[in-house]
Design a protein around this ligand. Structure first.
Ligand SMILES: O=C(O)c1ccccc1N[C@@H]1O[C@H](COP(=O)(O)O)[C@@H](O)[C@H]1O
Length: 209
């Protein structure tokens, strides 16, 4: 299972988190987020990481040109779209990105019906991600989804579960759902962008038991 730890802002923490077992690190490219870091800061962190790690830039309603420029500057291996990007935007962006760049579309699930929207994207992206809906915040909310409502979600693409996961609730989430990956941010932090390595250690201990 893929394990993505998102909202990395510090090189040393990113490296420790990879050693603990994460398969992917996420970097927030949304300026209004307290976890935002610049493309040059992302590049500096990635340059210091082992090469086989997935590195995902998280965007929300950004222009395609900004995303493509960020991919070039940073060397990220994937792009996560966390806003209201349309299927057509994803289709166009996918055509413009280098073939090897993973395109992830995130959905902030408000009602079980929100899940049906995902089917209109499956032709144009590589991976789906489900996050909790919050009226003011785009992500990193710490709010969980109603996992029971997701049990019927069996998309044709790999999918990742996000939204308020932490060392205490991840086992319960994975007993109800079988995502291809999980994505955590605020549940393993001291403060936004500052990961708590003891919580990350606890997470991986829980996952390996
Ligand atoms: O983390 C942020 O600040 C953020 C800002 C804008 C878009 C997405 C963001 N984070 C995403 O939120 C989920 C995890 O949230 P949490 O575990 O509930 O804190 C993850 O997909 C991040 O990429």
């Amino acid at each position: 299972m893929r394990i993505k730890i998102c909202g990395i802002t510090k090189s040393a923490q990113g490296n420790e988190i990879i050693k603990l077992g994460a398969t992917a690190l996420g970097f927030i490219c949304v300026e209004r987020s307290p976890r935002y870091i610049t493309p040059l800061q992302i590049k500096a962190i990635i340059d210091d990481l082992p090469s086989l790690v997935d590195t995902i830039g998280v965007f929300a309603n950004a222009k395609a040109s900004e995303i493509i420029e960020t991919v070039k500057i940073t060397g990220i291996t994937g792009v996560q779209l966390h806003g209201a990007e349309s299927p057509q935007f994803c289709q166009q962006l996918k055509k413009q990105l280098p073939q090897e760049i993973e395109l992830i579309k995130a959905f902030r699930v408000k009602t079980p019906e929100s899940l049906t929207e995902t089917t209109t994207y499956t032709e144009y992206v590589d991976t789906l991600l489900l996050d909790a809906y919050h009226p003011q915040m785009l992500g990193g909310t710490g709010q969980t989804l109603n996992w029971l409502d997701l049990q019927q979600f069996q998309p044709s693409l790999p999918w990742m579960l996000a939204g308020g996961l932490n060392p205490q609730n991840v086992t319960e989430a994975l007993s109800q759902l079988k995502p291809d990956g999980i994505d955590l941010s605020s549940g393993i932090e001291r403060s936004p962008g500052d990961k708590d390595l003891s919580k990350v250690t606890q997470l991986f201990q829980t996952l390996t038991n």
